[in-house]
Design a binder for this molecule. Sequence first.
Ligand SMILES: *[C@@H]1O[C@H](CO)[C@@H](O)[C@H](O)[C@H]1NC(C)=O
Ligand SMILES: *[C@@H]1O[C@H](CO)[C@@H](O)[C@H](O)[C@H]1NC(C)=O
Ligand SMILES: *[C@@H]1O[C@H](CO)[C@@H](O)[C@H](O)[C@H]1NC(C)=O
Ligand SMILES: *[C@@H]1O[C@H](CO)[C@@H](O)[C@H](O)[C@H]1NC(C)=O
Ligand SMILES: *[C@@H]1O[C@H](CO)[C@@H](O)[C@H](O)[C@H]1NC(C)=O
Ligand SMILES: *[C@@H]1O[C@H](CO)[C@@H](O)[C@H](O)[C@H]1NC(C)=O
Ligand SMILES: *[C@@H]1O[C@H](CO)[C@@H](O)[C@H](O)[C@H]1NC(C)=O
Ligand SMILES: *[C@@H]1O[C@H](CO)[C@@H](O)[C@H](O)[C@H]1NC(C)=O
Ligand SMILES: *[C@@H]1O[C@H](CO)[C@@H](O)[C@H](O)[C@H]1NC(C)=O
Length: 885
Amino acid sequence: MGASFATHVLFLLWFFAATFSLSFLKTMSNEVSCNEKDKQALLSLKRGLTDPFNLLSSWSSQEDCCRWDGVHCDNKTSRVTELHLAYTGIGGEISRSLLELEFLNYLDLSFNDFNRTPIPTFLGSMGNLTHIDLSDANFSGIIPHQLGNLSSLCYLYLGSNFDLYADNLYWMSGLFSIQYIDLSSVDLHKETDWLQIMSKFSSLSELYLSNCKLDSLNPSLGFVNFTSLQVLYLSGNHFNHEIPNWFSNLSSSLLKLYLDDSSLKGKIPPSIFNLEELEYLSLYPNHLIGKIPESLGQLKHLTYLDLSFNSLNGPIPVSVGNLSHMRTLSLNQNQLNGTIPKSLGLLSNLEELYIQNNFLTGTIEEGHFKKLSKLKDLSMSQPQLFFNVNSNWVPPFQLEYVSMSSIKIGPNFPSWLQSQKSLGFLDMSMSGISSKAPSWFWNWTSNVEAIDLSDNHIEGDLSNILLNSTVINLRSNHFKGRFPLLSENVKVLNIANNSYSGPISTFLCQKVIRKNKLVVLDASNNLLSGELSHCWRYWQSLIHLNLGSNSLAGRIPYSMGVLVNLQSLRLQNNSISGDIPSSFKNCSNFGLIDIGNNHLTGIIPPWIGEMTNLLVLRLRSNEFKGRIPPQICQLSSLRVLDLADNSLSSVIPNCLKNISAMALPELNIQVFPFEPLKYMYGYVSYIENLKLVPKGKELEYARNLEFVKIIDLSNNNLSGSIPVEICVLFELRFLNLSRNHLMGKIPNKIGSMKELESIDLSRNHLSGKIPPSMSNLTFLSYLDLSYNNLSGRIPSSTQLQSFDALSYVGNPQLCGDPLPKNCTIEEESLKRSPTGSAEDDSINSSFYLGMGVGFAAGFWAICGALFFNRTWRHSCFKFSDDIRD
Ligand SMILES: *[C@@H]1O[C@H](CO)[C@@H](O)[C@H](O)[C@H]1NC(C)=O
Ligand SMILES: *[C@@H]1O[C@H](CO)[C@@H](O)[C@H](O)[C@H]1NC(C)=O
Ligand SMILES: *[C@@H]1O[C@H](CO)[C@@H](O)[C@H](O)[C@H]1NC(C)=O
Ligand SMILES: *[C@@H]1O[C@H](CO)[C@@H](O)[C@H](O)[C@H]1NC(C)=O
Ligand SMILES: *[C@@H]1O[C@H](CO)[C@@H](O)[C@H](O)[C@H]1NC(C)=O
Ligand SMILES: *[C@@H]1O[C@H](CO)[C@@H](O)[C@H](O)[C@H]1NC(C)=O
Ligand SMILES: *[C@@H]1O[C@H](CO)[C@@H](O)[C@H](O)[C@H]1NC(C)=O
Ligand SMILES: *[C@@H]1O[C@H](CO)[C@@H](O)[C@H](O)[C@H]1NC(C)=O
Ligand SMILES: *[C@@H]1O[C@H](CO)[C@@H](O)[C@H](O)[C@H]1NC(C)=O
């Protein structure tokens, strides 16, 4: 669905771009009549091409070929000189008849689809070509050396053909007139002399070599001089060394230098700032260390500097104040320390300032913004800064985006905000504001699209205030009274962890609130009481609802089943009783159900198996009875199954192996399936957090919830044996079956669940030996097998002996390290008893396929897709670190 939609949009774009540019050209061309030879050549070209959108329909023999779409003739000789066929969707074969167009100098076939065919070698014989653009046209294979014969060529654009490569670039030395070269995404890893070759072109002005698999900038070269180079793109290569010194004399005319994401290491050489004309310099993200050289101030023409996502330390150089043309300054995500220089306030052209997530300290005052009258985006979040401006300060700027999270701004409300009339995004979370908002404030926010004041100590009663922002996060403050009034514009309201009290129905049933279009409501951790109301029909746009950790009582009303859009239902930690209403059958969008820690009774309804989008089912700590319905195995996306601490009886269903999210690695890009776990709106996201007990202790999961795979059935009345089929849940990380009445053996193949980090089977009646395969569980960091009837020697492995004896106590016949009991006697007695009883582990071994690559592939699929969004990329990398912590 998604893919075909995107394709349609693309085709439409093609269509519009093509029709527009073609008709534009047509009106431009003059009254000339076509040369017959050229016409025949073009007709022959057309016969070889596919034209899915019929954009070459004007190419008919009745018409003058100089008036055909995309064809340009010389207005004196009426010979065809230019072919503009970009974005037409054409493909197929490029006929040799093109050679007949002997006056052709301009050939643009970019943004089409030539089905991975090679670039035709005969193009090298079209000696009058000055402009070739074959970018993004699905050509593949080697770039023909014949192109090197085109001595008049000025433009050579071959970028974004993802299967194109060059064995070397020496053939290019014949391109005497070349000015623009784009070989982005062409595989050039075999060419180590690219730098020497390219620097010989005396008229080369722009060079694009992004993502070319280049692995060296030849730092050993003392001197590289591109005579006329103005633009150099080398992003996305993996140089893995320092920035060479030769950059300083690269070209006295260089305007733009992009070395993004190129694995550059070491310090920034001050010599790079000798490139006096430089306007754009981008070095993010790399592995650069050390200080930002004070000589930065030499780059008088700089308008754009991005050094973010490196490991730079030391202060922001004072000389930054000399960069009077600067419009965008990004130094975020480094380790910069010291105070922010006042000279920053001199950058009268600055529009975007990003210095968040460093270790900057000290006080920010009016002076820092003295001349910043054009500032629009200000992002400076970090914990050790104080924002100290006069209460009557009128800033020179009109901001659109402010992110000042964790800067100390309070205790007073920042009154300068009142002067800001264009603000769309305001984040002043964790900023120590502890007063009441001034009377103008809430009215003022009505044009601010997203506002985050969470984790302050703001007091107040918003009962009569109409809020209009799309996203409102007031979590963890001291708000009380009734809910605020919400315009239809409000989508996200987070008032968790405040002091709202009183019956929930007075909140949900207020007449004035009935027209809300709320998508996320989080009112957890307040003092709300009473029964869940019957007013749910006014809340049908909800997708995420969290009323957890209040004092709600009574039953879940049948009427709640009208919330058919709901993906996440959280009622945990209240005193709700009764059973799960059958009206929830309609709620097929449920992806997360957390109704744990209540007094719910009755059975787990079998129809829960129809909620096929369910990722998380947490019914923990209630009074559910009866068996675990086998229908639960139909929930193939389920990754959190927490039924612990209930009164469930009978056996563990042996179909759990059907829960494929726990059995199979995720190879596909799984972005949408996680919707129930988060809601994204522009720069902000609302992320579900969940309390689980993965390793004997309660932990809260939020961002990394999507990587959790847990089965917790502990503390019930389950009997029978552990189904051997469970062992194909190769992706399971946490398994807790403790405190039941389970009997029989631990399945022999438990060791094939390679991802297991935690196993708790304690306090059952399990018998037999500990399966030797358990020594294969290399991630195992929590194990409790205590109080069973296990016997024999504890298998030896790095892991199994690393746990202390408490993991094994209460099994009188168990012996060996780490238990104090010696094994000799036990083993003697076991030898005499019959061993090797019929193998009970009959597992469908086809599940073994593809094991092991799962985590890595799935993770990179997600993070790869999000790569272009900077904040996302960061959080992605960040939580990959958290995962195995
Ligand atoms: C022919 O085209 C050239 C540029 O391509 C233009 O300068 C000239 O005015 C045109 N001549 C006529 C007669 O349109
Ligand atoms: C290039 O154009 C000239 C006329 O300007 C023509 O004589 C010559 O044959 C053309 N060369 C090629 C290789 O087509
Ligand atoms: C490129 O061509 C190949 C082979 O026909 C096709 O499978 C692929 O989808 C094309 N790629 C794009 C981006 O059009
Ligand atoms: C690079 O070479 C050109 C001419 O070859 C020369 O004018 C220029 O000064 C040189 N640049 C440097 C930095 O040496
Ligand atoms: C900044 O950090 C460096 C080491 O990372 C340290 O030597 C220096 O003293 C720090 N400067 C300030 C002002 O904290
Ligand atoms: C809020 O703004 C509206 C117009 O948008 C205005 O009529 C009203 O007086 C303002 N209220 C306060 C308290 O400023
Ligand atoms: C409410 O927000 C919408 C959308 O941002 C905006 O168009 C509208 O003017 C706002 N209403 C008020 C009263 O500010
Ligand atoms: C441990 O794993 C290896 C490779 O997966 C396997 O060959 C071996 O039999 C396993 N050991 C046990 C005791 O199951
Ligand atoms: C356990 O057995 C080892 C030999 O395997 C022996 O050296 C040791 O003394 C025994 N310890 C006890 C407590 O019986």
